[in-house]
Design a protein around this ligand. Structure first.
Ligand SMILES: [Zn+2]
Length: 237
């Protein structure tokens, strides 16, 4: 009897994860996780920054290769490193909204959830001189109230595929890269983390992985585009 109960709980958890957090779930509305795959292009995306010195190291590498990417930034981190966000914009990267505090419980309280979206829009508008039109929720969380909130703010939610399931724990950069490359297809949106949560932390293995991934994908004939280009949507309002 107990095992039936445990099994039911496991199934319920799996279903909840798939509905609310899986990269590809579209149950509550359009939440694109890849392009149409017609062209040999890939969009590199970076979450949870800015986080120094890692965000700038990634930016230096991308600048050296002439690659533009999309950075989903946390409002509180932008306030900590506004010069980094400004530099990314000046380098031609696209900046999207990735919440204000990156706290999970904020997404369970409707009033706070709206604040996570709206306050970050204000911070980014002020820093960038333009208002983002792309949004990625922490943990790719989605439910109907959040998607309604995003529509009201004219924000396009964007999912993607994680470069490596354990990237947050910083396994060797070469391992992260191997997994990311193996799962890349034309139209892929790859998720890296230049930060961790809203707290920063060592991302040196991610920096290494990005160097390896960009070199190998370029060798395989991939072109790097920003998410708005890949999906054919505006980057800013
Ligand atoms: Zn995140």
């Amino acid at each position: 009897m107990i095992w039936i109960g445990v099994g039911a709980v496991a199934v319920a958890i799996g279903l909840a994860y798939w509905l609310f957090m899986s990269p590809s779930s579209q149950v509550f509305g359009r939440y694109p996780y890849r392009g149409d795959g017609r062209d040999r292009v890939v969009a590199l995306t970076f979450d949870d920054g800015p986080n120094e010195p890692y965000t700038s190291q990634i930016a230096d590498h991308l600048a050296g290769k002439g690659i533009r990417a999309t950075f989903f930034q946390v409002g509180a981190c932008v306030e900590r490193h506004p010069e980094t966000t400004a530099r990314l914009l000046a380098d031609g990267h696209v900046i999207g909204n990735h919440s204000l505090t990156h706290r999970f419980h904020s997404y369970l309280v409707p009033g706070r959830m709206a604040g996570e979206v709206v306050r970050t829009q204000e911070i980014l508008s002020q820093r960038l001189g333009r208002t983002p039109a792309l949004y990625r929720s922490p943990w790719l969380w989605r439910q109907p109230a959040l998607l309604r909130r995003l529509r009201r703010s004219a924000l396009q939610p964007v999912s993607g595929q994680f470069c490596h399931p354990f990237e947050v724990f910083q396994p060797d950069g070469a391992r992260i890269a191997r997994r990311a490359i193996a799962h890349t297809r034309p139209g892929s949106i790859i998720i890296f983390h230049d930060g961790f949560d809203a707290r920063g932390g060592d991302r040196s293995q991610t920096v290494r992985a990005v160097e390896l991934v960009t070199d190998e994908l370029a060798r395989r004939g991939y072109r790097f585009v920003t998410v708005d280009e890949l999906l054919g949507v505006p980057a800013y309002r």
